[in-house]
Design a protein. Structure first.
Length: 344
């Protein structure tokens, strides 16, 4: 599963689409439904009536998720978590215009945070835009819009990435991060112009081949992500390369070798001088999330690893720090230190 595309049978990921009744006259809802032929439509009062049900099976839902169309109410933009990399930005925020992700990574904190694996798409994007405009009158804004999801992976259904790009074009003081594991099709780049994307950072999450094969289910290959990053760089776009979370199981030296080969392979294809910056960080998940993650994935060898607890989060301890030190050294062979951000 890459960016959503119909298969040869004309099918798409969502068997059911739940829609809040308050969106009955919403034009954007009609546009989404046109791209989901054959889905069963169910009208509901509030998205939490479906999303927050008890005793849901995330394993089953990941295989056949539902889409929930809702209106986001209350707070629209949030201050960035201390658990996340802020890249030196004082005014670091995130917004969730979509909740959950089509990909199924065993280490993902979302499975410990949400009671459901169904995808919620908030249809009042203009309200979020208006809040950003208001904030920009006070101070610059660094905004992550793919925070609790992979927004690019559903671009062919939502068109939200295009709308964020168009919104950002004339906004002084605004920087938007679009983070993804998705493989971007060629026509995605053909529609992009360097000038209109000046305020956008395209952030690609990269893992070793083994991590992708074992733990990042339904995700595009590492090679396809590297190819997407390369095309974005060639287009003159701002490209961030993300080596996180760095995962350690039993073979630390083997992991070091795999990450060194990944870094070398990456810069064989990508011009290091044109990379916007790079982030790296060790695996870290809050303890209460990990408890739920282990309950929902009892067969995961990754989650069964004897993690250490530090400041209320599970982490890989000294082994994780050693791996991060090594990957940082590998990156320094290609990039100046000021372009490398390490999440500690």
């Amino acid at each position: 599963m890459k960016i959503f595309q119909k298969n040869n049978c004309g099918r798409h990921p969502f068997h059911h689409v739940y829609i809040e009744r308050k969106l009955a006259e919403n034009y954007d809802v009609d546009n989404v439904l046109k791209k989901l032929p054959g889905s069963r439509i169910v009208w509901i009062n509030h998205y939490k009536d479906v999303f927050n049900r008890k005793n849901q099976s995330l394993e089953i839902q990941k295989k056949s998720p539902a889409l929930i169309l809702a209106k986001k109410e209350g707070q629209l933009i949030y201050s960035g978590s201390k658990e996340c990399q802020d890249f030196g930005n004082d005014n670091f925020y995130y917004t969730s215009c979509m909740m959950n992700c089509l990909f199924d990574c065993e280490y993902c904190y979302l499975q410990g945070m949400y009671p459901s694996a169904d995808v919620v798409l908030f249809m009042n994007l203009e309200d979020i835009f208006n809040e950003v405009v208001r904030m920009l009158t006070v101070h610059p804004v660094y905004l992550c819009v793919s925070y609790d999801t992979d927004l690019i992976a559903l671009e062919n259904i939502t068109g939200y990435c295009r709308r964020w790009i168009e919104f950002s074009e004339d906004k002084k003081g605004l920087t938007i991060e679009l983070r993804t594991k998705a493989q971007l099709p060629e026509n995605f780049f053909l529609k992009l112009d360097k000038k209109e994307c000046e305020n956008i950072i395209f952030a690609f999450t990269l893992s070793t081949d083994m991590v992708q094969l074992l733990y990042e289910h339904n995700t595009p290959s590492v090679r396809s992500r590297i190819d997407s990053a390369k095309r974005a760089i060639q287009k003159g776009l701002n490209v961030r390369l993300c080596f996180d979370p760095l995962l350690v199981e039993n073979d630390l030296e083997g992991q070091k070798t795999a990450y060194r080969e990944l870094v070398d392979r990456l810069f064989e294809y990508a011009d290091s001088g044109s990379v916007y910056d790079v982030s790296l960080g060790e695996f870290r998940v809050p303890c209460d999330y990990m408890k739920r993650m282990r309950k929902r994935r009892p067969g995961s060898s990754l989650l069964a690893y004897p993690f250490e607890i530090e400041n209320g989060s599970f982490c890989c301890g000294e082994a994780g720090e050693e791996l991060a030190d090594y990957v940082e050294e590998c990156l320094e062979r290609y990039l100046p230190q000021e372009k490398i951000y390490r999440w500690r």
